[in-house]
Ligand binder design. Structure first.
Ligand code: NAI
Length: 781
């Protein structure tokens, strides 16, 4: 079954986001909502105004709902009174209307009358059981119906929970799951038809437990978030920060609907509370980031913006204070060190974890067939680094069982089964998990999924140093992984690239190609600035120059290596992390790749061949109208404004990616796609031809300088912006040249290097670097 067209009914928060994301997959989609009462009453004549306004809203939301604005053209607005017949042609209809069974049911009957046989209908409900949804519908409808529960925002949250009913056609479930995986990039988790499915069932318990214990133990909200965030591998928003993010007003709504359907003896019932403080905050509009503020808020005080936090005992805002709990520091030694720490943070961590992990262990197989589904759901739906069963393994199943007994709580059967062994183990390089039956089964990846973390379990690196490693990923392909803090680039990375070039290029082994990839949140945010500043501060100029030259030579050697090099980035690829991509034969980018040459933010220009490669690309771009100036001006604008593409599709517009570079929507499929591309290129590989450019020289520079001066007069460019831009203009215009002379790549690199080294010695640049290191933000000096 293939999905070539779709429709989403309900253009609210979720429906419009889902429609946008279906469009991101290149699929045309109708977005229908009601004809609003005021239009029916004659005020206004756009009967599809709700859906149309939703598309407009999607074009403006941050973070963006569309991976490229042009995708909005694939979304056709309409209304359920005039346009329902149009659904006769679509393969998949997603219902995302209000969470009201009667409204959903009435809509399904109407849909069933118009839809084509075999088309799939799915609901985005978060709380209504499937069995209730199909009550009273035709047998045919029940066969084609399932729940597809997206998380907000649909483009970015990777989890898709899928629930099939007893009558749902298995081929429909398989077809839709495959579509969601390969075209929407989702991690599909099969759930049972139980309240809250997996992620919200456990997540709601976790939030409630974390709030209750913080209040009972008298922790400040900063302390609570410091404990239940990072130390547990949970985003640093912790619990109060998370509630601010999703909206405090959603909490009673979600918990009440869960309470309606949870089993009578469910442990959530005994911990559920609605503190009076929260009710008051909601009533007064303090619902979080979308409201007047939440548990945290930014307040203006004497002209300055100060972060404030709610005092849980008084309900009043006070200046936010950084938590200073010893237990948080102890967590560096592992989760056990955290929960066994004698301070209140340790007690807090122990109580929250025993509660939520014991709860999770009691729910398998009730909510899922196995523990991997639960772990996957919490990782992808709540952005936990480790799922509940992985966390239990870190504590030890026996430790948790003892802790539950000590608290007088029952020990779940599954936890007893894991005693003495653990929920996961690695055998023969394969990760295995404890099944409900009590034996261990292999974790099997779907076809087309290749994970570096799996390869690492079963092998040792071919070579490694402090900042990078080389892995054998099979079929003669080597993977270069950055391993330093935040995947920063330094001399060690360059050295290992040189090693890889020698090793693969010598033809002595079976190596055929190199893939540059890692599984960090960010591919690389560039050079190790701390190290650079250290060298600058003690005026080690020869070393600074050497590191610039070494980077240039290494990237150039990568470009001209006698084998194909394919990069597979995801997340941010900035500065030197972007420049390495510009030198690869091909890039297979995850759609959520954010590329940019942001060097001007720290007062320099791209110095590892970034200017050269962008200029070459723009100049050789045949589509561009003649003359040397337009490509120079385009690259100048991209680099001087430090433009960052907010998706791989946008990176094509900025020429960071070429039309021939590929985009993979599911991160888990990225490495396999890149490897396939590398093997394809390896078949009859020849390195690229060297290039030489004819550039206009000082006349072009003067034109660019003039433009920057205009910005300065308008107050858009700071004094040091002018200095940096002028240096960039000097490089991009070709230095002291004219159009009759050719400049080869080494000539361009020399221009880059000279300009870079001059800038890096200036006080204003050093101030920018220091500011960036201290605050993470650019200094506008
Ligand atoms: P919402 O209130 O933002 O949007 C609902 C939309 O449905 C409104 O635009 C409304 O005009 C429209 N609508 C109502 N009756 C309709 C009908 N008969 N035909 C067509 N349109 C109709 O709601 P939201 O948050 O987008 O939720 C939609 C569904 O997604 C609900 O089932 C909710 O439980 C579920 N959900 C919500 C999540 C969230 O974070 N908001 C997360 C996951 C699921």
């Amino acid at each position: 079954m293939e999905i070539r067209s779709a429709a989403v009914i309900g253009a609210g928060v979720m429906g419009s986001g889902i429609a946008a994301h279906i469009a991101n997959a290149g699929i045309p989609v109708f977005l229908l909502d009601i004809v609003p009462p005021e239009v029916i009453e004659g005020r206004g004549n756009d009967r599809s105004v709700v859906a149309r306004a939703a598309i407009e809203r999607m074009l403006k939301t941050e973070p963006a709902a569309f991976t490229h604005k042009r995708n909005a053209r694939l979304v056709t607005p309409g209304n359920i009174d005039d346009d329902l017949e149009k659904l006769a042609g679509v393969d998949w209809i997603v219902e995302a209307v209000v969470e009201n069974p009667a409204v959903k049911s009435a809509l399904y009957s109407r849909l069933d009358a118009v839809r084509k046989p075999g088309s799939i209908v799915s609901s985005n409900t978060s709380t209504i059981p499937l069995k209730n949804l199909i009550e009273g519908q035709s047998a045919r409808f029940a066969e084609d119906f399932m729940i597809t529960h997206f998380f907000n925002p649909p483009r970015y949250m990777r989890l898709l929970e899928v629930v099939a009913g007893p009558d749902t056609r298995p081929d429909a479930v398989a077809g839709l799951s495959r579509f969601a995986d390969t075209r929407l990039g989702k991690g599909v988790v099969a759930c049972k038809d139980r309240p809250g499915f997996i992620a919200n069932r456990i997540g709601t318990y976790w939030i409630q437990a974390a709030i209750n214990e913080a209040m009972d133990l008298g922790l400040t909200i900063e302390e609570a978030d410091a404990v239940v965030g990072r130390p547990m591998g949970i985003p640093k928003t912790g619990v109060f920060g998370l509630v601010d993010l999703v909206g405090l007003d959603l909490m009673p709504y979600v918990s009440r609907s869960l309470l309606k359907t949870l089993p009578p003896d469910d442990p959530y019932r005994s911990i559920h509370r609605e503190p009076e403080l929260f009710t008051r905050m909601i009533a007064e509009g303090y619902t979080g980031r979308k409201g007047k503020g939440g548990f945290y808020r930014m307040n203006k005080s004497g002209g300055a913006r100060v972060k404030e936090a709610i005092d849980l005992s008084t309900g009043q805002y006070r200046a936010s204070e950084k938590a200073t709990l010893e237990s948080v520091g102890a967590a560096k030694q592992g989760l056990r060190a955290l929960v066994e720490h004698p301070d209140k943070g340790g007690t807090y961590a122990r109580r929250v974890l025993t509660g939520v992990l014991g709860y999770a262990a009691s729910l398998v197989p009730e909510i899922a067939d196995d523990i991997t589904a639960v772990d996957q759901a919490m990782r992808l739906g709540y952005n936990w680094k480790y799922g509940p069963f992985e966390l239990i393994d870190q504590l030890g199943p026996d430790w948790l069982a003892d802790a539950l007994r000590a608290e007088g709580k029952p020990v779940p059967a599954l936890l007893e089964r894991a005693a003495g062994q653990g929920f996961y183990l690695t055998e023969g390089g394969k990760r295995r998990f404890l099944t409900v039956a009590g034996d261990y089964a292999d974790i099997v990846r779907p076809d087309g999924v290749l994970l570096l973390s799996d390869i690492k379990l079963g092998s040792k690196p071919i070579k490694r140093n402090g900042s990078a490693a080389l892995w054998d990923i099979g079929d003669g392909v080597v993977c270069l992984e950055f391993t330093g803090k935040m995947n920063a680039l330094d001399g060690d990375v360059m050295a290992l690239i040189q090693t890889a070039i020698g090793m693969i290029g010598d033809g002595e082994n079976e190596w055929k190609a190199l893939v540059v990839h890692n599984e960090g949140d960010n591919f690389s945010v560039g050079v190790n600035l701390g190290l650079a500043l250290f060298a600058i501060n003690i005026a080690m100029w020869p070393q600074v120059e050497q590191s610039v030259q070494e980077g240039q030579e290494t990237y150039k050697a990568l470009k001209y290596a006698p084998f194909p090099v394919v990069a597979a980035p995801s997340g941010m690829a900035l500065g030197g992390g972007c420049e390495i991509l510009l030198h690869c034969d091909a890039v297979q980018a995850h759609v959520e790749t954010y590329m940019g040459l942001v060097e001007v933010g720290v007062g320099v220009i791209p110095g590892w061949g970034g200017c050269k490669e962008m200029l070459t690309r723009a100049t050789l771009n045949k589509k561009r109208p003649g003359g040397p100036m337009p490509p120079i001006a385009q690259v100048f604008e991209t680099i001087s404004l430090a433009k960052v593409a907010k998706s791989a599709e946008e990176a094509r517009d900025l020429m960071f990616l070429r039309p021939t570079d590929g985009i993979t929507i599911n991160r888990d499929r990225l490495l396999a796609d890149a490897k396939a591309k590398a093997l394809e290129l390896a078949k009859d590989y020849a390195p690229p031809e060297p290039v030489a450019l004819r550039l206009p020289g000082p006349t072009a520079r003067a034109a660019l300088d003039l433009a920057v001066d205009g910005f300065r007069l308008q107050g858009k460019a700071t004094p040091h912006d002018v200095v940096v831009s002028s240096a960039l203009a000097g490089v991009l215009s070709g230095g002291d040249t004219d159009i009759t002379v050719e400049i080869d790549e080494d000539g361009l690199l020399e221009l880059e290097r000279t300009a870079f080294l001059k800038l890096v010695r200036s006080r204003a640049t050093i101030a920018r670097i220091e500011h960036m290191l201290g605050t993470g933000k650019p200094l506008r000096n």
